[in-house]
Design a protein around this ligand. Structure first.
Ligand code: AMP
Length: 433
């Protein structure tokens, strides 16, 4: 299957070609034809599948084929709603990239940045508006946006919008749209609430599901390093230094935890920055841009801020803490190994995260290899997915003396201090996985 066969216009094919895309991804092959026909669509597809081009390319083609009517002067013609500011900026960038040879105007609005420049852009009229729900409601209240002529609505990452409590906002936005329009809903998962929303929103939709219920993390090699909670930050510094990681996205569970870890890494001389919901939008944009261009080596993020981010060439994802929701693990490690590349996902797991680890392994349908990094063996064991307690395998990697936990001695040092039996008996008493 080629992009030509999907029925895209010459100008869009040129834009796709300029991006270096050779063939449509599965979600593109399945989504583009019905969208071009004007059908509603419900798609279960994760980020990384090429879904943004899957809805943007046909949407741009449809807008371009039916030029703006005189009475539509200032109306938004296509509205794309995303859960986070970063995703909005990213999707807007894609819209501009794919639409670069078309005479269509675009804008992006989200909170945390000035309202007035957005209002001015909206006043000039935009064909495609990408927005987060909160700031769009502000513009509706201030009457700086007119949604009465929306022809196409896209809900991107609908499940995450639901998780973030945006459903009431979305309902209020829907009330401002004309009833006759094309609706496209993209979601990584299809829980009951999303199906109910889809039932109300979509009109005899085409439905596509990209992968099986079981999430695939193809191309990502995964490992768990069992470690005590208090040793995690030291272990992370050690891994970054000893493995010479040049670009690592590190996930923490809380914003304060992200700030604390970033300070720790900076104290260890590692160029690190943070991205989370309490940061100003300027700081978030800067942190992401610095990370993308390699100015910072480590970006510490919370789930919400990092959702849907597309970072080119990201070899390393670290779960500093496991997420509460097992599906988030898949989203996190999906940041690496995008577009067919390989990636590594490392999870630092302490004993009281055994339950989350078991849930993740159950979701994946496989065990994740556990390797203790020498010098960072946990005092309490991390349970495996069957609830048993197996001793994890010991890594052969040796921590540098200044990176080891206080009181730690290597096998050789113990042998030297206590005689040859010390190291040997210790090793033989350590059952292997
Ligand atoms: P998305 O799932 O929309 O976030 O896209 C994930 C990544 O896949 C982005 O970096 C896109 O540039 C890339 N991509 C999208 N479509 C294709 C394609 N047909 N061939 C190769 N890469 C693609």
């Amino acid at each position: 299957m080629s992009f030509q066969q999907l029925g895209l216009s010459a100008k869009l094919l040129r834009a796709v070609d300029a991006q270096g895309y050779k063939h449509p991804t599965p979600v593109q092959s399945l989504a583009i034809p019905p969208i071009l026909l004007g059908d509603d669509l419900m798609a279960r597809a994760q980020t990384g599948t090429g879904k943004t081009a899957g809805f943007t390319l046909p949407l741009l083609q449809r807008l371009n084929e039916s030029p703006r009517q005189p009475h539509q002067k200032r109306n938004v013609r296509a509205l794309i709603l995303t859960p986070t500011r970063e995703l909005a900026a990213q999707v807007h960038q894609s819209v501009r990239t794919y639409g670069r040879f078309l005479p269509l105007s675009t804008a992006v609005v989200f909170g945390g940045v000035g309202f007035r420049p957005q209002a001015q852009a909206l006043r000039r009229g935009v064909d495609v508006l990408v927005s987060t729900p909160g700031r769009l409601l502000d513009h509706l209240q201030q009457r700086t946006v007119d949604l009465s002529g929306v022809e196409v609505l896209v809900l991107d990452e609908a499940d995450r919008m639901l998780d973030m409590g945006f459903l009431p906002d979305i309902r209020r936005i829907l009330a401002k749209l004309p009833t006759s329009r094309q609706n496209l809903l993209f979601s990584a998962t299809l829980p009951r609430e999303i199906r109910e929303l889809a039932e109300r929103l979509l009109n005899t939709p085409s439905c596509i599901e990209i992968e099986s219920e079981r999430p695939t993390v193809d191309g990502v090699s995964q490992v768990v390093h069992p470690v005590d909670r208090e040793q995690k930050s030291k272990l992370l510094s050690f891994l970054i230094g000893s493995k010479d990681w040049t670009k690592a996205l590190v996930f923490t569970r809380t914003k304060r935890g992200a700030d604390r870890l970033t300070r720790h890494l900076q104290r260890d001389g590692i160029r690190a920055d943070t991205i989370h919901g309490d940061k100003t939008q300027g700081a978030r944009t800067r942190a992401l841009a610095d990370f993308k261009r390699g100015k910072t080596r480590v970006l510490v993020a919370t789930d919400i801020a990092a959702r849907g981010l597309d970072i080119d060439d990201l070899p390393q994802v670290v779960n500093y803490e496991l997420p509460h929701v097992a599906e988030d693990y898949v989203h996190r490690i999906g940041r690496t190994a995008r577009a067919g590349r390989k990636g590594d996902a490392v999870s630092l797991v302490c004993a009281d995260e055994s339950k989350q680890l078991a849930a993740i392994e159950k979701l994946l349908g496989e065990r994740i290899e556990k390797t203790v990094v020498e010098g960072f063996a946990p005092s309490a064991r991390v349970a495996n997915s069957e609830g048993g307690h197996r001793r994890p395998r010991q890594s052969t990697r040796t921590a540098k003396p200044w990176q080891r936990p206080r009181g730690y001695r290597s096998t050789n040092e113990r042998r030297r201090d206590e005689g040859p039996r010390a190291g040997r008996s210790n090793r033989s008493s350590r059952p292997r996985r």
